[in-house]
Design a binder for this molecule. Structure first.
Ligand code: NDP
Ligand code: MG
Length: 396
């Protein structure tokens, strides 16, 4: 029997990180944890190290690393602690590593995810913001390095499962008419529009079907998540934005569909539990048990579909326009959204301000080509500065 594969989990302390470790722990003969990273939840990172005994853990700063080392030493755990960006890059690209789960939230995940890509790893991509920011450069790096990029986002994982294995020849060449990206509609799908100005962060984070980190929960409530996913789908499957249609499906049982020119529509279904796409990508092209309960169609009984309401969810329209503009527009969209979501979570702006602010930042920032990672970060910084200026004028 072969040795277990070594897996690094970037963002191990988050929702996707913990689900990944749950799947890995079910298959100790197949997978072993090599590296774990955390950011603010250091106690959780320590507990994960004691449970999974990785060779390395990455902490954000020297101070955090010292705290983690002290905890590990007291417990007699031999995990070595690395620091900062270099530490993340090291656990993402070490020669021993077979696969990297990229589950840091937001732009902070771009560099370590790219480090894994450039090292030619099997990269399980949850960190959609990284791909949205740097799309063309990211996909070029995948092609150059020979990395295997597998989508963790449930919709993209579903699409991947519904496409033929040779889809890289082009969606047209394999007979795809369009991709149908499903969306739950989030917690405010039926909230009267005039009440959206009063909704709280706690209400925005109470997703009806999925349990997730706070940033993606707010993105789901505004449907910016679907906008980011539209851009993500365009890069992953080399699709024009017009080929990707959003379908509101409140039950979150169908995770997305592929519509073929002969009229066949293939869908992937499952309970809304991220351990399914995680297990799929981890074992691909094999299948392993994920711990997810079998789908009970009789209990679900019905599946509903609606067109998205762009008046209620302006972020979807704004993101589609950014996808069509291409080049730097998605990076600006992403940066402005990250600032807006933080401000909303901090109680500084109201929910409808999220879309307002993003649209105004996009209007101010010219669309330019992004030829390097430095250019991506420069645009990201400019957009954040414009967003902060907006906050200075409008926030509480
Ligand atoms: P969480 O907020 O639960 O976790 C985020 C992780 O990133 C944590 O480990 C956190 O560390 C770490 N982190 C936060 N900021 C930084 C930083 N500046 N530098 C390094 N690490 C950082 O988010 P989720 O797990 O929900 O989401 C992770 C990614 O996966 C996101 O991109 C999201 O869009 C995507 N995704 C999530 C889904 C879900 O169901 N949750 C579904 C599909 C995609 P700490 O907690 O220690 O501060
Ligand atoms: Mg998703």
């Amino acid at each position: 029997m072969s040795r277990p594969q070594q897996i690094t989990v970037l963002g191990a302390t988050g929702s996707i990180g913990l689900s990944t470790l749950d799947v890995i722990a079910r298959h100790p003969e197949q997978y072993q944890v090599f590296g774990l990273s955390g950011h603010s939840r250091l106690d959780e990172l320590l507990a994960l190290c004691l449970r999974h005994r990785p060779a390395y853990a990455a902490a954000p700063s020297a101070q955090a690393a010292a705290q983690l080392r002290a905890g590990l030493q007291a417990a007699g755990c031999a995990t070595e602690v690395l620091e900062g960006e270099a530490g993340l890059a090291q656990i993402a690209s070490a020669p021993e590593v077979h696969a990297v789960m990229a589950a840091i939230v937001g732009a902070a995940g771009l560099k370590p995810t790219l480090a894994a890509v450039e090292a030619g790893k099997k990269v399980l991509l949850a960190n959609k913001e990284a791909l949205v920011m740097s799309g063309a450069l990211f996909m070029d790096a995948v092609r150059r390095s020979g990395a295997v990029l597998l989508p963790i986002d449930s919709e993209h994982n579903a699409i991947f499962q519904c496409l033929p294995s040779d889809y890289a020849r082009g969606l047209g060449a394999v007979g795809v008419r369009r991709i149908l990206l499903t969306a739950s509609g989030g917690p405010f799908r039926e909230t009267p529009i005039e009440q959206l100005a009063e909704v709280t962060p706690a209400q925005a984070c109470a997703h009806p079907n999925w349990s997730m980190g706070r940033k993606i929960s707010v993105d789901s409530a505004s449907m910016m998540n679907k906008g980011l996913e539209l851009i993500e789908a365009c890069w992953l499957f080399d699709a024009a934005p017009a080929k990707v249609e959003v379908v509101v499906h409140p039950q979150s049982v169908i995770h997305s569909l592929v519509d073929y020119i002969d009229g066949s529509v293939l869908a992937q279904l499952g309970n809304p539990d991220m351990r399914t796409p995680i297990a799929h990508a981890l074992a691909w092209p094999q299948r392993i048990d994920s711990g997810v309960a079998p789908l009970d169609l009789f209990a679900i009984a019905r599946l509903d579909f609606q067109a998205p309401d762009e008046q209620r969810f302006p972020c979807l329209r704004i993101a589609r326009a950014a996808a069509e503009a291409g080049r730097s527009a998605p990076a600006v969209l992403n940066a402005a959204n990250e600032v807006a979501v933080d401000a909303f979570l901090a109680g500084r702006i109201r929910f409808p301000d999220i879309a307002r602010m993003i649209e105004q930042v996009l209007d101010q920032e010219p669309v330019v080509a992004l030829a390097s990672l430095d250019a991506v970060f420069a645009v990201d910084q400019r957009a954040r500065a414009l967003a902060q200026q907006w906050l200075a004028r409008h926030a509480h």
